[in-house]
Design a protein around this ligand. Sequence first.
Ligand SMILES: [Zn+2]
Length: 248
Amino acid sequence: MHKIYYYYYRILSLSLYHFYHFWENKQSILKNGVILMFHHITDEDVDISPSCKCTISQFTSILDWLENKHIPIISLDEYLAHTQRYKKGGFAILTFDDISENVYEIAYPILKKRKLPFTVYIATNFLDKPGYIKKEQLLKLNQESLCTIGSHSVTHCYLRHSKELKKELNESKEILEKLTGKKISHFAYPYGTPFAVSLKTIYTVWKSSYCSAVSAIPSTLNKLTANMKFYLPRIDNAEFLKNITKLQ
Ligand SMILES: [Zn+2]
């Protein structure tokens, strides 16, 4: 058990360290890798936190910026198979949480046109709810070779406080596996920060049949974070956009 304590505190301390140093050294986006986190891609006036909203032009400008800087966008599986690739130069991984219907209707066609791989993390209780992706749309994404489907729990709760942690992990996985007919191997912690994710949460995911989990700790994939497969850092669209504009 001491190993997991070490793992957890290493994540927290190094992530905080990197949070403060990352933006001082913005070139690290170019040097290392980054997992980007998106929620809504829309021009509509939705009542959500700014970090969860990305307009269509902001979304395409992030993709354009990566392309212009020759930063390849790779799939999560490609990264997990070669976590040491962060040493070879910058790359980006695109991830979407929850999943709202605008991700399917707006982001997906843009990604398909540009042939860019992406991962969607589904909170299974949101499926077919107003504003969220419908099962039939998810099945279309399931046919898409660019798309990886992952779980984002059943109820989208603070897993740190959940009395049904295993159910949140296992039931969402089973529902998605039944729907897609594929193995669901990737998980995203709802809310993703240490306020929502405890050591026990990480340990339980680690010991489950998932093979990766992403957080909302804002850092790049670098020599300190690259191998933290069950608490990988991610940078949200607003933070990323704010900082890349300074890199132009
Ligand atoms: Zn979420």
